[in-house]
Design a protein around this ligand. Structure first.
Ligand SMILES: [Fe+2]
Length: 347
């Protein structure tokens, strides 16, 4: 199919058309995911990591015990959006999603169990009733409807420091079978697509995709590559100056080597960004400046793989490490991607 009648407002072919690799979000998923809510990372040295995230980036420590530290952003009312656990250093241990209600949690348990996938109840400090599942690609996920409510620090401006991180925004995953992963998230779980990159071929293949439940650009993005692996965790900050401030603080407090890419402006998502590597190599993005996507007639915005402005609006390429390195999921051997990776890297 071709022609203007098949074109979406975002510039590409309409979702679900024969010429689009995108799958429309199911309007009736088996359970209602609200948003990405936390990430759990394995670290080697809890105190070193606490120093990076608390003093380096401005996160708030909610709880610290012998094995784990629970942190949240300044506006967050929930107990945590980041758990650092002293095991499997350098590995991502779990991705956590909020669901709408306790009934949705029970529906999630039935959905994964019916597929023969691991789905077990678990206890995590600060979280309500929690379901741990493994999705068809091996991602370890947590679902829960509630967290212990904390006092938000939004208007405690005297406590703002460095990036003054406000909240978690998204995760970005390397996917070896990106098309199938996209089809599962959209067609099964109801994630809507905001932006995507595809190849310049007669039958375009999907290279990367940004998907959301909460109504901004993404809760989860997929990037073609050796996977499954965690590419990065994105935290939302108030604006560009907080990112510049974080660069100055990190560069002068012993964390200069943490600065990997940026600051800069993405073409995709319009976000102002900075990518950091934490003491165990986990990649963290400071992120601000995206936009609303919740209108029902929102059309995904398409980019071509060879457009230099999709990565960075200003045109400068990313370092090779950004394309090749990521955090493995504990106990999960990543696979080579179905599509060969040909990054455009900085010299
Ligand atoms: Fe990101």
């Amino acid at each position: 199919m071709s022609g203007a009648g098949n074109m979406a407002a975002g510039g590409g072919p309409a979702v679900g058309s024969a010429s689009s690799p995108l799958v429309a979000a199911t309007p009736a998923p088996p359970f209602d995911i609200v948003r990405i809510a936390h990430v759990e990372l394995g670290v080697a040295d809890l105190q070193r990591s606490r120093s990076f995230y608390e003093q380096g980036l401005g996160l708030v420590v909610t709880r610290a015990d012998a094995n784990a530290i629970y942190l949240r952003g300044l506006e967050e009312r929930g107990h945590h959006s980041l758990i650092l656990r002293q095991e499997s250093a350098g590995a991502c241990l779990r991705l956590g999603y909020r669901v709408r209600s306790e009934n949705d949690l029970d529906a999630a348990q039935r959905y994964f169990a019916a597929k023969g996938l691991p789905a077990e109840w678990a206890d995590t400090p600060g979280q309500g009733r929690t379901l741990h599942v493994t999705d068809p690609f091996g991602h370890p996920l947590a679902f829960y409807a509630s967290q212990q409510r904390m006092e938000r620090r939004l208007q405690h401006y005297g406590e703002y420091y460095s990036a003054a991180i406000q909240r978690i925004d998204h995760v970005n995953l390397f996917a070896a079978d990106l098309q199938s992963t996209h089809e599962f998230l959209a067609g099964e779980l109801g994630f809507r697509t905001s932006e995507y990159t595809d190849t310049d071929e007669a039958a375009p293949r999907l290279w990367a995709v940004w998907m959301h439940r909460k109504g901004n650009v993404h809760d989860v993005a997929l990037t073609n590559g050796v996977g499954p692996r965690l590419h990065h965790v994105g935290f939302w900050v108030r604006g560009e100056l907080d990112i510049i401030r974080a660069c100055d603080v990190l560069a002068t407090t012993g964390w200069r080597a943490a600065l990997e890419r940026g600051p800069g402006r993405h073409g995709i998502s319009n976000a102002f960004f900075l990518y950091l590597r934490d003491p165990d190599g986990h990649r963290i993005e400071l992120f601000t400046g995206d936009y609303l996507t919740c209108d029902p007639d929102f059309e995904p915005i398409g980019w071509k793989l060879d457009d230099p402005q999709r990565q960075t609006l200003w045109g400068h390429p990313a370092p090779r490490s950004w394309f090749e390195e990521g955090s493995q999921f504990a106990g999960l051997q990543p696979q080579e991607p179905l599509m060969p990776v040909k990054p455009v890297v900085a010299r």
